[in-house]
Design a protein around this ligand. Sequence first.
Ligand code: ADP
Ligand code: ZN
Length: 438
Amino acid sequence: MNTFQYWKPEIEKMAREDLLALQLQKLKTAVGWALRTEWYGKRLPAAGIKSPDDIKTLADLRRIPIMEKKDLRGSFPYGLLSLPLSDIVRLHASSGTTGIPTTIYLTAADLDRWTDNMARCLYGTGCTKDDVFQNMITYGLFTGGLGLHQGGERVGMMVIPAGAGNTARQFKMMQDYGTTVVHATPGFLLHCESKMREEGIDRSKLKLRKAFAGAEPYSEDTRKRIEQLLKIDVYNSYGISEMNGPSVAFECQAKDGMHLWEDQYIGEIVNPETLEPLPDGEKGELVLTCLCREGSPILRYRTHDITSFYTEPCACGRTHRKLHRFTGRSDDMMIINGVNVFPSQIEEVVMAMPEVGNNYLIVVEKDGSLDRLTVKVEAGPGIFTDDTRQMTALMDKIKHTLSATITINPKVELHESGSLPVSEGKSVRVLDKRPKDM
Ligand code: ADP
Ligand code: ZN
């Protein structure tokens, strides 16, 4: 019988010093696991760490070499396995947003720990066994599907393994089964709202009250937009497959930053150029150490995700530090005619404008020797007309608001609602058509 309790105040509200002591103890264990792998088996001794006892304080973490995605790819398929394959019960892989997907391996105990962590997150948003949870995200190798599925079941919710896409089928299930909670990418939630309006779905007939949204960056304005349009609470969920996937950091009911579960992960914020640690509160790249997976241990992994720690405690009383909403990946940055532009800056501007609908696309092309940035946006409900003067005025407004933020002049195109492409998994927000070698 599983004795797990998904609400563990003695862990979630643990005094900081006890939490740090627990981290040290678990770090030693994780180093022991890592030493058994081919990859760490060479690198840790070279850094003077030959046994878990060589880790004496948490400061010794810094002696562990930082791992990059290319190291994971280089040790594919089994270079990071710490146990014989017969001890592994599951594998998962990343989405492959930036190249070849990377694979992780879980033992039965790893799977159990991940499920516990996930249940803790869902319970922390106020979900209980009375909820009906429709998981509208890709299943299969992607961790978002089975991850939230297992966590939902452990909380005792009735889980509908709906999978991604097909809005008509999603709405039917919501109505038939009385769905109260959904999980999806923010892009898909916005698409659902547009479709609901188009298809005349009566919101008052749905029992929907919450959504977990993650797997990709989105702004606070996008959260508010989804909340207001769908009349639900939206909780931010951060996951990365190298760290098991979802459940790394999740928002509580305060809806103000995501608690990084520090009894399961050690988070460091580093300067993306020097990889030197930054003080609490400063923005930089998140480096994560997984304390909860024996099958393929990963220590000090460079996520390339940009965020910072909150310095104030959370109203909910949990002591695990919170992470600010991610502004993107350090490798997301576009350089346009020499100017650095993050897609998140564009999203913040367009999603805050009520005239703009629920979808947009950024296109970068070469125009002779120059780069050309085009921002395609869908018009909001009732905004699109044949009156070209009105449309031009709106495009100019969007263009000026954008150029005030990103400091370059984009071309803006207005499209009819529902006409820009929607992806079933992570949204594709940027089409960079420039030749790669330039
Ligand atoms: P891939 O790197 O192929 O996309 P994953 O499927 O493991 O691999 O996705 C993890 C990445 O997704 C993270 O590193 C991060 O960039 C992004 N991500 C996940 N959740 C969020 C979130 N809530 N906010 C911003 N970005 C997120
Ligand atoms: Zn909290």
